[in-house]
Structure formats: structure tokens, C-alpha cells
Design a binder for this molecule. Structure first.
Ligand code: MF3
Ligand code: CO
Length: 291
């Protein structure tokens, strides 16, 4: 853990209360898990009430942007038009699209269609076709706080097998969410996601996962889904992370576009779906702050 704080010093969470009356017993509880050999969260990923308020303000924009996309997306539209909607709605609400210039990413949003797993780059010549399934992954910065969530949109009439993939992937996220509780483990969530995908004959991409999020886009922990319940990082109130499994209709293997170096595809060319929510671990469960 971080440096020792005196019992009568102000608590690290910014409450203004003495440490002994605030987070001391919380920190000691985490220490006991650590002594038993558990992976425990470092203090710098445990959000203060001020951080949580900031993340929630950012998340309001993220949710509004995805709602706006949902109201306007249609066959014949280019993914460049989705990018423009995301940029305009985000900035109009005072936010900054987090993907723009992130590690060289050229656009404000990721749009990933059919066999594209994630990190698709919007372009004027990529036109949404009847029957496509598309993931729109929106991330926002407001006052230094990040939010991140993504949804699937079905374009016009979609085949029964693609529709089922999209629906089961959403169910996977819901099952994962139900497994998030304080003093449980990240692997509880991962296994719940995994089991539901596999029970439906699908696979989950292994190399790319979710992440802690707050003042940084991507923080600890890394959030995978090929997990075993009771393993991985201890979950404690104040942690914020994403659940964002990429579920493949076929095999889990992927490759990255060797021209743009971003877009990830399924190796077998079969469709992939993803939903992403941003979750806060609370005293008695979990709260979805962006979806
Ligand atoms: N939004 C993605 C995530 O869920 C990250 C995209 S990074 C970008 O973590 F540069 F491609 F936008
Ligand atoms: Co994410």
C-alpha cells in the first residue's frame, strides 16, 4: 500500500475526516487480503468521492453521445458521419473525445463492423449496409476525468445468427456486472462473462480486455474474461473499471490491420460483437456509470 498515515491525520480520500474515522479500517482490511496472498488494488486506483463525481459528470456526456448516435444511425451512412456526430455532441457538451490523437488514433470514435473486433477507424468510404452489426465505442474526457462505453447497433434487418451474437454479448456483460461485488474478485466477473459466452457456443478474444479508468484512460487492473472465480484482483468500493468483452461467433484468434495498424479483425472472418459498460464498485454491489 501507499505511505503510512497517522491515525489522526486527514484521510487520503479528501473527506477532511481523521484517518482513523475514515479509511483506516478499510485499508487494514485490504492489508489482510494482501497478507493472505491476494492481489489487492493499489491506493491510486481507489477513487475519492470527488473523483467519482468527476467521472460521473464525464459519463453523462458519454451516455448522451451514444444515445444520439442510436437515434441517428441508419443504412447508407458513412462511419465518418458517426465520427462527426460524436465529435459535435461531445464538444457541444463541453467534453473532449478521448480517442482523438490517443496514441496517434486519428478520429473521435472507434466504429467496428461485422468481423472487425475493435478499433475500427471511421472513414467517408465506409458505408453502413443493411444487415451490418456495428460497435460504436465512445470515450470522453471532462475536467480531466475519463468515461468509456460502447454499444452495438444493428443496421436494418440483421440475420438471426448475428442478432443472437449481439444479444448474447449484451447478456455476457450483464452476467459479469451481477458478479461484481465489494470484497469479491475480478475473476468472479471474468468467469461469469466467459461461461455465458461459451455456453452459447461463442469464444472471447483473449488479448484485449477492459481496464481501470479515472484520471487516465487506461489504468490498472487489466480486465480479461478467461478468468477463474476467486482469482485476480480484489474488488473494493471506489474502484472503477470497464467490462467490455469482445465475443466472437467463431474462433477467438485476431489480427491487426497491417496498413493502419489499428483495426482488429477476427482471423476466421466471422462476426464479433462487443458491449462496454463502466462500473463503480460500491459498498453493497456495483453501479453502472456509463453504458
Ligand atoms: N475505447 C477503447 C477502450 O475501450 C479504447 C480505444 S483507444 C483508441 O478501451 F485510440 F482506439 F480510441
Ligand atoms: Co474501454
Amino acid at each position: 500500500m501507499a505511505e503510512k498515515i497517522g491515525r489522526n491525520d486527514p484521510c487520503w480520500c479528501g473527506s477532511g475526516r481523521k484517518y482513523k474515522a475514515c479509511h483506516q479500517s478499510f485499508d487494514e482490511k485490504i492489508e489482510r487480503f494482501k497478507d493472505q496472498g491476494c492481489i489487492v488494488p493499489p491506493r491510486n486506483i481507489i477513487k475519492t468521492p470527488e473523483d467519482i463525481a468527476g467521472i460521473k459528470e464525464s459519463a453523462k456526456i458519454n451516455v448522451a453521445v451514444l444515445d444520439y448516435v442510436g437515434e441517428n444511425i441508419r443504412p447508407g451512412m458513412s462511419t465518418e458521419e458517426i465520427d462527426r456526430m460524436v465529435y459535435e455532441k461531445t464538444t457541444e457538451m463541453g467534453g473532449i473525445p478521448a480517442p482523438l490523437n490517443y496514441q496517434g488514433f486519428p478520429k473521435s470514435v472507434c466504429t467496428s463492423i461485422n468481423d472487425e473486433v475493435c478499433h475500427g477507424i471511421p472513414a467517408a468510404d465506409i458505408i453502413l449496409q443493411e444487415g451490418d452489426i456495428v460497435n460504436v465505442d465512445v470515450s470522453t474526457i471532462l475536467n480531466g476525468y475519463f468515461s468509456d462505453s460502447s454499444r452495438m447497433y444493428m443496421i436494418g434487418t440483421v440475420s438471426e445468427e448475428k442478432r443472437r451474437l449481439v444479444e448474447v454479448t449484451k447478456e455476457c456483460v450483464q452476467k459479469g456486472l451481477e458478479a461484481v461485488k465489494p470484497w469479491g474478485f475480478l475473476g468472479d466477473m471474468g468467469q461469469a462473462v466467459h461461461d455465458h459466452a461459451f455456453a452459447n457456443g461463442y469464444t472471447i478474444v483473449r488479448e484485449i480486455g477492459g481496464h481501470g479508468i479515472g484520471k487516465e484512460f487506461h489504468e490498472e487492473p487489466w480486465v480479461g474474461y478467461n478468468s477463474v472465480a476467486g482469482t485476480e484482483m480484489l474488488l473494493v468500493p471506489g474502484m472503477v473499471f470497464t467490462i467490455e468483452p469482445m465475443v466472437n461467433m467463431g474462433k477467438p484468434e485476431i489480427y491487426i490491420d497491417d496498413v493502419n495498424d489499428w483495426t482488429v479483425y477476427t482471423q476466421d472472418g466471422l462476426p464479433s460483437a462487443q458491449w462496454e459498460i463502466q462500473v463503480l464498485v460500491t459498498e453493497d454491489g456495483a453501479e453502472v456509470i456509463s453504458w
